[in-house]
Each structure stands twice: as structure tokens, then as C-alpha cells.
Unconditional design. Structure first.
Length: 185
């Protein structure tokens, strides 16, 4: 029995949408919900970047993956901003809405381009293998914050985004390069 990676990713997307709605409509629950939202978003993104996007690149879905990776970089920056903010701060709603809008846009594109492309380009067995590796990676990354990214993870993001020369850059320079690439998108 396999668990299809596309189904796992879409399940996470639905869970994030549910949490977004709760965070928006239940401000009194934000101190509890925001850390859960950030944790799930970060673990999901890291698992996609480590396991799914490289496999999708190999399957020939490069343009869509590069675009999705750049959207992840933008979402990571927005998530870090939300995570560092006080939920009662006057600008919190604006920061939260920017994150929700960015992630919602990413989900819509990923579900209309990347995931169908994977279903078409990969065998059922390969999707199952990716499901197992995605789930294991997601579990490993639970509890991480957006700013907890390692240089190796930044290098993988660069590879996914089609950015060369990442290994010769310092972690700070590579982070800035990725941020610039996401802003140019």
C-alpha cells in the first residue's frame, strides 16, 4: 500500500486553508493557532523542497517547479515576519493577510500545474515512493521555524529555482540571492 504524494500535499493544503480561516475568524485563538500554522507551513515547504521538487525537476516539470520554489521563498519570508510579530500588534492582520494571500496563490498554481504534471509524468509507484519520503521529511521538519533553514536547504532551494552558483556563496549571500529571485518573480 502506498500513499500518493499528490494526495498528501493536497491534504496539507486543505489543512492550511482550514487553519487560515480559523486564524482570520477567531482572533482570540491566534496565540495558539499561529504557531501551529507556521509549523505546518514550514514542515510542508521543507518536505516539498527536499523530496518533491527535485523529483518533479527530474520528471521534466522545471518551469513550474522553479516558479513554485520562488513562491516558497516569498512565503518563508512572510511566515518569518508573522511568526516574529505579536498577534495583538496593529499591523498583524496585514502581515497575516499577505501570508495567506501568497500561500493561497501558491496552492492554486501548484494544484493546477505542478501536481497534475507529476501525476502525468510519474508512475503510481514513484508517486507512492515520494509519498513515503515526503511524509518522513515533513515529520522531520515539524517544529522548525522559517528562519531555521540550513545552507544545504538553501542550496536545494536554489537548485529547485534554477539558480546556479549556490555552493560558492555564503549562507547569508545565498539567502539574499534567493530573496532577490523571489522578488523578481
Amino acid at each position: 500500500m502506498y500513499v500518493n504524494v499528490v494526495d498528501l500535499i493536497m491534504n496539507d493544503h486543505r489543512e492550511l486553508e482550514r487553519i487560515f480561516e480559523q486564524v482570520r475568524t477567531q482572533p482570540d485563538q491566534r496565540p495558539t493557532l499561529v504557531p501551529v500554522m507556521i509549523t505546518l507551513l514550514t514542515a510542508h515547504s521543507r518536505a516539498e523542497e527536499a523530496e518533491v521538487y527535485p523529483a518533479a525537476l527530474e520528471a521534466g516539470i522545471a518551469d513550474d517547479v522553479e516558479h513554485s520554489q520562488k513562491e516558497h521563498i516569498e512565503a518563508d519570508q512572510l511566515a518569518a515576519d508573522v511568526a516574529a510579530s505579536d498577534v495583538d500588534a496593529p499591523d498583524f492582520d496585514e502581515k497575516l493577510q499577505k501570508l495567506i494571500d501568497a500561500v493561497t496563490h501558491h496552492v492554486e498554481e501548484e494544484e493546477s500545474k505542478v501536481l497534475p504534471g507529476m501525476r502525468q509524468a510519474m508512475s503510481v509507484e514513484r508517486l507512492g515512493e515520494l509519498g513515503r519520503s515526503f511524509a518522513a521529511s515533513r515529520q522531520q521538519h515539524l517544529g522548525e521555524r522559517p528562519a531555521d533553514v540550513t545552507k544545504a536547504e538553501l542550496e536545494q532551494q536554489a537548485a529547485n529555482a534554477g539558480i546556479s552558483g549556490a555552493s560558492s556563496q555564503s549562507k547569508a549571500d545565498l539567502s539574499a540571492t534567493l530573496k532577490d529571485a523571489a522578488e523578481d518573480e
